[in-house]
Design a protein around this ligand. Structure first.
Ligand SMILES: Nc1ncnc2c1ncn2[C@@H]1O[C@H](COP(=O)(O)OP(=O)(O)OP(=O)(O)O)[C@@H](O)[C@H]1O
Ligand SMILES: [Mg+2]
Length: 225
């Protein structure tokens, strides 16, 4: 079973004139892979992640998540797929300012029918896994940028999704902190987490086991090391 399979995916953004952001993209991610996606600005990286994450529907082609096709699903069913099978990490951390680290992470299980005490137990594990156990009662405004991104990663992994989708997770961080976040993703990968990482940072991308380069909405290169 694939974690992700895009087959012949085209995405045209409705604009005047329309923008062809992805053109006939086919990409399969196996469970346990760590794939970096790079390419120039505007090459379609974020669009690829949005379509893979079922946040946007393709104009043509098919998207399978965790071995299940998504094209016949309703919007409500797609949000079910997102909360069960996918974890998202963005450049902006999207944490709730009024909630503690632990609560922010536990919220990653809100729509999965997990009882509150169990949510907190799972969250405590995820918070420890990103090295923030000592900060679990703190609020986001008491944390550094790198710590906030660790919280966002903990929230993404807490439900043990089939695939983590990360769009420029180091984009708002200085290079040292960005390297730490990358090292954390690497550790999670070594523990079996499947990751699709969009990054502008070619140096980081060279250190992932597989790297995909987009250009003008097409896959220019797809290399495993
Ligand atoms: N909602 C939209 N409406 C119209 N065009 C869009 C929309 N979103 C993206 N595009 C266009 O689609 C193309 C791909 O955009 P995308 O955001 O996927 O690029 P990217 O590779 O993530 O770029 P960056 O590195 O700057 O984040 C670009 O030409 C962009 O202008
Ligand atoms: Mg982008």
């Amino acid at each position: 079973m694939n974690a992700l399979a895009l087959r012949g995916v085209t995405k045209e953004h409705a604009a005047t004139p329309p923008v062809l952001a992805l053109a006939d993209v086919s990409l399969t991610v196996e469970p346990g892979e760590f794939v970096a996606v790079t390419g120039p600005s505007g090459s379609g990286k974020s669009t690829l992640l949005a379509v893979a994450g079922t946040l946007e529907r393709p104009s043509a082609g098919t998207v399978e998540v965790a071995g299940k096709s998504t094209e016949d699903l309703s919007d409500a069913e797609l949000s079910g797929v997102r909360c069960r099978e996918l974890g998202f990490v963005f450049q902006q951390f999207h944490l709730l300012a009024t909630r503690s680290v632990l609560q922010n992470v536990a919220d990653g299980l809100l729509y999965r029918g997990v009882p509150p005490t169990e949510r907190l137990e799972h969250a405590a594990h995820a918070v420890a896994a990103v090295g923030l156990a000592h900060r679990r009662t703190h609020r986001p405004d008491e944390l550094s940028g790198g710590e906030c991104q660790r919280v966002a990663i903990a929230r993404a992994i807490v439900g043990e999704p089939a695939l983590i989708l990360a769009d420029e997770p180091t984009g708002n961080l200085d290079s040292v902190t960005g390297a730490e976040i990358f090292a954390l993703l690497h550790r999670l990968h070594e523990g079996g987490t499947t990751i699709l990482l969009v990054t502008h940072n070619d140096e980081l991308a060279r250190r992932t086991p597989r790297s995909v380069v987009l250009r003008d909405g097409r896959i220019e290169r797809d290399e495993r090391r």
